[in-house]
Design a protein around this ligand. Structure first.
Ligand code: GYE
Length: 304
């Protein structure tokens, strides 16, 4: 760490980590932020945390700020995949290692970051699609699906859409009739679902890229006099407590898990890159899926 008095709160040799978070758009994000803060504390790492409020330009200026402050390591969760090359090059030129957490960048030059820790979002979309294909196996008749996408241009929105589409395409009855972003937010999930309900009289299935949008959509569905989980089957991603509660109550039918608890793994990698050790380029999170019955069993243990 920087040994100048004051900069590390006492001139000790603590590692200083600059972390640029996407924002606070969802229950997942809140749990992710808490995990990073708690793990930094437990690991004795000084965390400089900034919240970009969903804006890439804020993340870029936060990262530039970390470079100016000469932090030891920079980590961030990129809000969208593209547009990072210049700032990542600046960090590299300043000899500050960068770790991606949660979301990917599309940079061709992979030497711009040391490691990428997080989920495989395409696999998550595939799990959602597989469940739906099985649900309608051997059945005839059109199944109208509406999709609430995550933040436009973000890795999870792109990959969850692709993975899902691949797994349902063998069954031509399964049709995505509407797809629109709800920015991973509950309020947007609600308003977009309201417009879906107005424009599409027969909706059989909702696929929401996260629990929060699904929960907002449930409010819209109930307000329209329909029964979520029955009149409209609902699949979401994340498995945060509020989502699991709705799943256990039968308002959601299936949740694909995406773990926000990346803090401990991140701090391990931070320590290694700070020592100049090589680390795995891709560190995958382990995750499952939940049915309503499984949600009932899991809920009492759910920490977020
Ligand atoms: O699924 C969603 C959040 O990037 C995996 O971002 C994360 C996603 C998560 O807003 O709830």
């Amino acid at each position: 760490g920087d040994k100048e008095a004051g900069s590390t709160g006492g001139g000790d040799d603590k590692i200083v980590l600059g972390f640029s978070q996407v924002g606070a758009e969802s229950g997942w994000r809140t749990a992710n932020t808490e995990s990073i803060k708690a793990s930094a504390k437990a690991a004795g790492i000084e965390l400089k945390f900034s919240d970009a409020q969903g804006k890439q330009e804020n993340q870029i200026s936060d990262i530039r700020g970390f470079i100016t402050q000469k932090v030891d390591v920079i980590a961030f969760s990129p809000v969208v995949t593209s547009g990072w090359d210049a700032v990542l090059k600046e960090a590299k030129d300043a000899n500050i290692p960068v770790i991606l957490t949660d979301r990917a960048v599309d940079s061709q030059d992979t030497s711009l970051y040391k490691s990428f820790i997080g989920s495989d979002f395409k696999v998550e979309g595939e799990k959602a699609g597989e469940w739906l294909a099985k649900e309608y196996e051997g059945k005839t008749g059109d199944v109208n699906i509406v999709e609430l996408q995550g933040t436009t241009g973000s890795a999870p929105a792109i990959d969850r859409q692709t993975g899902f589409a691949e797994k349902i395409k063998a069954n031509p009855n399964l049709k995505v009739v509407k797809t629109q972003t709800g920015d991973f937010k509950r309020a947007d999930g609600k308003t977009v679902m309201e417009t879906f309900l107005q424009s599409t009289p027969k909706i059989d299935v909702l696929y929401a890229h996260n629990d929060d949008m699904g929960l907002g959509a449930i409010e819209a569905i109930e307000a329209a006099g329909k029964v979520p989980g029955k009149d409209i089957k609902i699949i979401t991603v994340d498995a945060v407590r509020d989502g699991m509660t709705a799943l256990a109550a039968g308002k959601i039918n299936f949740i694909v898990e995406c773990s926000p608890l990346l803090g401990d793994q991140l701090m391990e990698v931070v320590k290694k890159v700070n020592k100049g050790e090589t680390v795995e380029k891709r560190i995958l999170t382990k995750e499952g899926t939940f049915t309503p019955e499984q949600a009932k069993t899991e809920l009492p243990n759910r920490k977020y």
